[in-house]
Every structure is written in C-alpha cells, then in structure tokens.
Design a protein around this ligand. Structure first.
Ligand code: ZN
Length: 337
C-alpha cells in the first residue's frame, strides 16, 4: 500500500507571529509522526503543486482572493482577531489549497491508496468571502468542489474540536457532499448544532455532532454508529475527505475535548470501513500540542493504511446516551420541519 504524505517547505513561510498557537513548528511535530507511524516504508512524501485561482474560486469569491493577495504582498497583518497573514502566506495558501487536488490526481493515476496532507494554513473555518479562525482558503472544500464537478460523491468527516463552519456553509445546499462534523459545543465559531441539517436539496446532507467538553471515545463511537453510520451507508461516497483536527486531543491547550491519539486511529479506521471502496484524503486542520500532533499523525497515517496503531491508550468514560438521544431528536425535528 502507498500512502501519500503531502507537505511543502513554503508552508512554514505563513508567519503568524511569535505568540500564535497556529505556528510553523506544528509541522515539525507532524513530520515526526511519520517516524513512529509503523508504516514508514509505505509513505511517499511529495511537494504539492499550487492550486490555480480558477480552482479555488469554486468555493471562494475572486474579489476576496484578490484582496487577500494584495494584503499579503503588502506585508500582511491581522485579518480578524484570530487570523493573521504575512508576505509568505499567499503562496503557502495556494500550495495548501492545491495539496488535495494534487493528491487526488496521483491517486486517480493509481499511484497511491490514501493521502495525508500536512498543510498550513488550515482551512475549515474559511468562508466564501473571508478568512476566519486561522484559515485563509478552505483547502478541503477546494478538493470536494473539484471532485463534485467530476461527478463524485464526497463524504467529509471533520473531527476537529471546532465546527467547520466554512465547509458546512459551502455545501449546505448540496446533495453531493455529505458533511459530518464532531466538535465541542459550545465553542468557537458557535455553529454546528444538531438542528443544522442542510437546506433545499442539501437537506439531510449536513450532520452535526455537538459534544460537550470532556467527551471521550466511547460516546463518540456510539454516536457514530447510531447517527452517522446509516446516513453514510445510504449516501455511498466515492471519496472520503477527513478534516483531521487534532485539537480534539485531551492535551490540546485551546479546547476541552477528551480524545487521545488512539481514538483518532479508531475514528479513521471507522470512516474507512464505512466506505471501503472510497479513496481517502486527510487534511491537517487544528491541533496545538506538539506531542499530541506527533502521536495523532502517526496513528492516523497507520489507520489510512488499515493498521491500528495506538501510541497511547484510548480515552475512556461512560457513554452519554442522554446527550446522544437529545442530538438525535433535535436532528429529527429539523428534518421533519
Ligand atoms: Zn480546531
């Protein structure tokens, strides 16, 4: 089996300033994950090609991209209270947005079975006309839109601790993209309630699992089996894209989720076995504890190759049946409205 690992030296030139949690050093930790992944020999590292403006403009306004390019080339600065850009951010963004397209081309040519993309800046908060939450362009959405244009059915599984508001919004009315997000709620950006289920022909194709702080693996897996499995089985995705946000790790300094790197292995194996013939591409989103990033990258890479690797034990705790039932009911009500 060949697992692609896409990363680029220019990703570190997206300079967020010395105190920002979304630091270039994150990628060093992610790279260390390869060494302990147990599938090192199956990993093929590549440097992605940049996306074109045309490719990115499937999900972003050209006027936003023009303004962002000018802002970066003038030296950058602060885009919102959380999000900064530097002179190197424009090229880093093009290369991050292009990573999925490049990986998919290689996979379609039969060169690999799955891919992990260690990109910066991350993408899932970026909306059509603005940067948001450390994200400049929505990398995973750029690939999803390209695949949909080719007639594919795309499952996006987003296990970042934050809700991927940008991705949800871009495909809210689409029946070709099934967006499934597990996240801490309430938490930034404030969206991702169970009653957000899509709109128009996209109704039912957005599935949110808003978990309270400290939720652990057993509750995750119960919610996935009960609420997500039947929807994915009916959807029959041809591609599975993962927003791999490792800030759901219990050691993450920005969030309060209760998972470990072993749980990310289980989540990745779970989604892989839900659609065994779908091609799988994972994108790095958040994750701000370096050891957690290293271990979680290793366990996710191994899972992409079908191997269960647990650098640390699974999280444990009672299954919160009441909460899952409340989420289910809220979703059902929204679907029948
Ligand atoms: Zn996050």
């Amino acid at each position: 089996m060949v697992i692609l690992f896409g990363t680029h030296p220019k990703y570190i030139e997206h300079d967020t300033g010395s105190l920002h949690p979304e630091s270039p050093e994150r990628l060093t930790a992610v790279r260390r994950g390869i060494d302990i992944s147990s599938i090192k020999d199956e990993i093929e590292i590549f440097e992605p090609q940049p996306a074109t403006i045309e490719e990115i403009s499937r999900v972003h306004d050209v006027s936003y991209l023009d303004a962002l390019r000018r802002f970066c080339l003038m030296g950058g600065g602060t885009l919102d209270p959380d999000t900064t850009a530097s002179i190197g951010s424009w090229e880093a963004m093009l290369l991050a947005a292009g990573a999925g397209l490049d990986a998919a081309r290689r996979m379609r040519a039969g060169k690999a079975d799955a891919a992990f993309l260690a990109v910066r800046p991350p993408g899932h908060h970026a909306v059509r006309d603005r940067a948001m939450g450390f994200c400049l362009a929505n990398n995973i959405a750029v690939l999803a839109a390209d695949l949909v244009a080719q007639g594919e059915k795309v499952l996006i599984f987003d296990f970042d601790a934050h809700h991927g508001n940008g991705t949800q919004e871009m495909f809210f009315d689409s029946a070709s993209v099934l967006y499934v997000s597990s996240h801490q709620y309430p938490l930034y950006p404030g969206t991702g309630r169970a009653r957000e289920v899509g709109i128009g022909s996209g109704t039912g194709y957005t599935l949110n699992l808003p978990f309270p702080a400290d939720t652990t693996g057993p509750t995750f897996r119960e919610a996935l089996d009960r609420m997500v499995a039947p929807v994915v089985e009916a959807f029959l995705p041809t591609w599975t894209l993962i927003s791999a946000g490792f800030d759901s790790h219990r050691r993450d300094p920005l969030t309060e989720m209760g998972l470990t790197s072993a749980d990310f292995s289980d989540l990745t194996l779970w989604v892989r076995q839900m659609a065994p013939s779908a091609k799988v591409v994972a994108f790095l989103e958040g994750g701000y504890d370096f050891a957690a990033l290293e271990h979680s990258t290793a366990s996710t890479l191994a899972a992409l190759a079908g191997v269960s690797l647990k650098p640390e034990p699974n999280s444990d705790g009672p299954i919160n049946f009441e909460m899952i039932k409340a989420m289910e009911e809220s979703r059902k009500r929204a679907l029948s409205d």
